[in-house]
Design a protein around this ligand. Sequence first.
Ligand SMILES: [Zn+2]
Ligand SMILES: [Zn+2]
Length: 172
Amino acid sequence: MIIDVDCLPQEGLQICKDFEVLNAEIVEEDAVFLSPLHVELSIKKSGDNVFIKGQITTNISFVCSRCLAPYEFPVDSAFDLICIPEELDVVKEQLEEEDLGQLFYHHRKIDLREIVLEQLNLIFPLKPVCSEDCHGICPVCGKRIQDGQCSCVSNVSDPRLEKLKKFLREKR
Ligand SMILES: [Zn+2]
Ligand SMILES: [Zn+2]
């Protein structure tokens, strides 16, 4: 969805739209969208600068990187950007130092889909975890540790480690 900066109405533009997202376009390729990617945008022009306020809402299913169970990740996130023409090199240098919420547009066009996807990817966790205290899976039987402690954990011990423990105990 591409808008032409010169065709933006003076009073601004309101867009309310569901976007289709391909898994190749997001950082977590095994994420599943449980509801559409709903986006509300408010676009206003001032001179050559275009101000975009947006709200992204959706519900995504991620796979926990520790226990491998799927879990829901509700998204309700706002962003605020200034888009300025790439030709203004002076402004570019000033802004780069002060403000991260700015982008450059090229050839008088702004690709809203690209902006939305970028904002969505910024929200994604670097390593998805179902909860901060997820203990993952037992390395022996593969059972989720939250589902109750399995019997194998305490039974397994390394004979070399036992020797070392004994040695350390005696030393004390
Ligand atoms: Zn987990
Ligand atoms: Zn186990």
